[in-house]
Write a protein that binds this ligand. Structure first.
Ligand SMILES: [Zn+2]
Length: 95
């Protein structure tokens, strides 16, 4: 059962979040996801995503960031790491 059944609004930019197909491979520190998709904000203007690049560079000297993600299974939000603007976008289910 999913706790979140409709695309949530990103709390950082106010845009509707996208369904993103959960990879079968271990990813982002989690060995398994218990849902078939996650909700991720793919807005490239999202302050969370934009500020993440500065933060990662200042702290780790890495060109990377993270996007706002909500697990529809439990409704909890967490950051999901990305390497670039395009990273992860190929698995978007609906826009
Ligand atoms: Zn956003």
């Amino acid at each position: 059962m999913l706790k979140v059944t409709e695309a949530p609004i990103c709390e950082h930019c106010g845009k509707k979040m996208s369904q993103w197909e959960t990879p079968q491979m271990p990813f982002a520190g989690s060995t398994t996801w218990h849902t078939e998709f996650l909700y991720i904000c793919f807005n490239d203007e999202c302050s969370y995503f934009v500020n993440g690049f500065d933060w990662m560079w200042n702290n780790y000297h890495r060109t990377a960031s993270y996007r706002h993600m909500i697990d529809p299974g439990n409704g909890l939000a967490s950051p999901i790491p990305v390497k670039s603007r395009q990273h992860l976008k190929e698995a978007i289910i609906e826009k």
